[in-house]
Design a protein around this ligand. Sequence first.
Ligand code: AHR
Length: 504
Amino acid sequence: HEGTLVIDSDFQLAQVSDRLFGAFVEHLGRCVYTGIYEPEHQLADEDGFRTDVMDMVRELGVTTIRYPGGNFVSGYRWKDGVGPRQNRPCRLDLAWHSTETNQFGLHEMARWVDRLGGNELMEAVNLGTQGVQEALDLLEYCNIPSGTALSDWRRQNGAEDPFGIRMWCLGNEMDGPWQLGHRNAEDYARTVSMTAAAMRRLDPDIELVACGSSSHGMPTFGNWERSVLRATYEQVDYLSSHAYYHPIDGDMASFLASGVDMGAFIDDVSAIIDATQAELKSDHQIGISFDEWNVWYQDSEASQNPEGIRNWPVAPRLLEDIYNLADAVVFGDLLITLIQHADRVRSASLAQLVNVIAPIMTEPGGPVWRQTTFYPFSVTARLAKGGTVLQTHQECNSYETALYGQVSELNSVTVSRLDGSLVVFVVNRSQTSSYNFSIRLPGGFTCSQVQVSTLHDDNIYAQNTLNDQSRIQLYVNNNVQICDGGSAVSVQLPPVSWTVIHMS
Ligand code: AHR
């Protein structure tokens, strides 16, 4: 098939916020314990952080780290996780039917983020089983320099300087009946309003994220956003959205088009934000924080919680999905979709970072390795960060899906980088057709160099595994030509593939 893309550098959409490349660390399964933190590991540093994992997280290029949950946060008592380790209590984690040892807490997380270098911590408060006072205590503990009971407690616990956390999530997925403390939109909005007002009195510089819907398909979607925004519009800075995708009953055609749903979700939430802003005659801008997104096989064995009154394991293997090539292509498509909406999505977190539906896997006492999804993320983060999204015109065939009707076979986004080069990220969703993809470059831009990398395999179910860690990797795609004296480039895109084209 033939596909075309026309780029005009005058049509700029938005700058890509660094915060688009955030990730999520939850106390869930082995994300923290034997993931980022394993004091017994031979590569652990003096704080018990696995240095091999830290190196790979740096290579991945993540920015913001959202912590500590997720469903976990709605039952979490943050005070359990500070102070001398020997005094920290073991607690039941009701979200994941596990035991939380609290050997890793706020200080460890802040230190780990610091050690990564240049990253930002985004903290979630428990609005499930706790409320305004605990949120205030946590904020005081984190952000007040000294001279109060809680800030001095922090200093006593080893952190002389405040953590200075700016972004705060007001609870997690409070629209979901599975959430501890779940409530209806009106009750949640009241909680947000009280919590936000109190937190801002303490620190006016914080940025607050209210919970939106935990998926586009929630029965309350739309009404939830409208009710929460109407009641709290001036008090919050972001509304969150969450989305996870997996093939349903083997419907690969729809699964490969998951980006279509994510794009529609973002458009719908944006419309509700705009309508509320107009209705309230407000100048206040609210962004979307897409703070959980990924491929997740939610119905699989790996995602079933432990059960039984005597069975509360510590750091069990939970949600340890192993991703295949098709998953990585969908994943790359979701990233493309987020960047296409960079004018509205100002923050996003890949859920999650290590072991739990993650691009990075570890073995206790053993190696760290990259899943298929590692590659689209690391390359996109490296090349798109700080760039400007350009509006383009794309033409290609479409195909029929059971879930989303007719969808484009190709999906792409173009980013203009500060160094003057252009990057196109593109997926081919077709399961049968290769594409000859012709890019018409902006006037005045003469391409003399082009580098193309593709993620593809003839077997779309091929995976990286512990025993075969490099089965799927990016390869240099040599099926590329610079044409018309540097004003056009054409690239071959194999079926079910993700490709990055970097032109300078
Ligand atoms: O990321 C796994 C879980 O998915 C999170 O804890 C929750 O917020 C969402 O439902």
